[in-house]
Design a binder for this molecule. Structure first.
Ligand SMILES: Nc1ncnc2c1ncn2[C@@H]1O[C@H](COP(=O)(O)OP(=O)(O)OP(=O)(O)O)[C@@H](O)[C@H]1O
Length: 251
């Protein structure tokens, strides 16, 4: 579980995050949504330690990231997996080598054990047959699956995904969403996803944090969104005709 308490973040005199309080539960897909510029990325960066909050706490199962010493931070870092907007694979490495990369960096296991672990992760995302290919020989959706396999290679407790569906068609996005959801449940990870994708919200939104102008405006799950009376949330979610019709149909 990750808990954010009274989190503020300013850049010089610009206050971007204002008193964010939120709990991101383990075994669940936790989504951060909001308009462009609302502060989602800054919040995610504060949570993963790329930005230091101006004030507040970021608790990883009770351990405050903000006040950790270097050794504690190094240990925590190994419990975190990340999936970036672009799959961010190394072009000159095969699929297998990409997944092995974090293991080569951080694991003390033998080479044979590292290969076995990487192959297990590739198998989990149904890509074992592509292990010898290079990233430019596989589709964007497959590259995302390799990125997921790499992110789970070190068996993380916490998984962070920044716009995991960016650049993917709706059908492939569904596959990626389901995969992230399923591995979250299977490995009981605390997964936080920064997304613009309303299909993801309606599909895997088990715990959704809606940020409006740097403040927490609403938190709930995908079913509660359907019945929410929060006007800002509704105008954001139901900006599209399709989702408005879905809501009407559910009344
Ligand atoms: N390093 C920085 N220095 C100064 N201001 C920043 C910095 N990073 C972000 N900001 C500002 O913080 C605000 C929130 O930005 P952020 O990137 O978090 O928005 P977002 O909700 O992720 O938007 P998008 O959906 O477009 O990615 C913006 O006004 C942005 O200009």
């Amino acid at each position: 579980m990750i808990e954010v308490k009274s989190l503020y973040k300013s850049f010089e005199d610009k206050e971007v995050l204002k008193d964010i309080n939120s709990v991101f539960e383990n075994g669940k897909t936790n989504l951060i949504i909001g308009q462009s510029g609302s502060g989602k990325t800054v919040l995610m960066k504060c949570i993963v330690g790329l930005f230091r909050p101006t004030s507040g706490e970021v608790l990883y199962d009770g351990r405050d990231l903000v006040t950790m010493n270097k050794q504690e931070w190094k240990m925590l870092r190994r419990e975190m997996g990340m999936i970036f907007q672009s799959a961010a694979l190394f072009d000159s490495m095969t699929v297998l080598e990409n997944v092995m990369f974090p293991l080569d960096m951080f694991s003390k296991d033998s080479y044979a054990e590292r290969v076995k672990r990487a192959q297990f992760c590739l198998d989990r995302v149904n890509l074992l047959e592509a292990q010898k290919k290079f990233p430019d020989e596989i589709s964007g959706g497959m590259q995302k699956r390799v990125a997921i396999a790499r992110a789970i290679a070190l068996n993380p407790k916490y998984l962070f995904c920044d716009e995991p569906n960016s650049g993917l068609d709706p059908k492939t996005s569904l596959v990626i969403d389901e995969l992230i959801h399923d591995i979250t449940v299977e490995f009981n990870m605390t997964t936080i996803i920064n997304t613009h994708d309303m299909n993801s919200v309606m599909g895997i939104g088990e715990n959704i944090l809606y940020i409006y102008e740097g403040r927490k405006e609403w938190q709930g799950n995908k079913d509660e969104i359907m019945n929410s009376t929060n006007e800002r949330l509704n105008s954001f979610i139901f900006a599209s005709d399709l989702f408005r019709k879905v809501k009407e149909a559910n009344k």
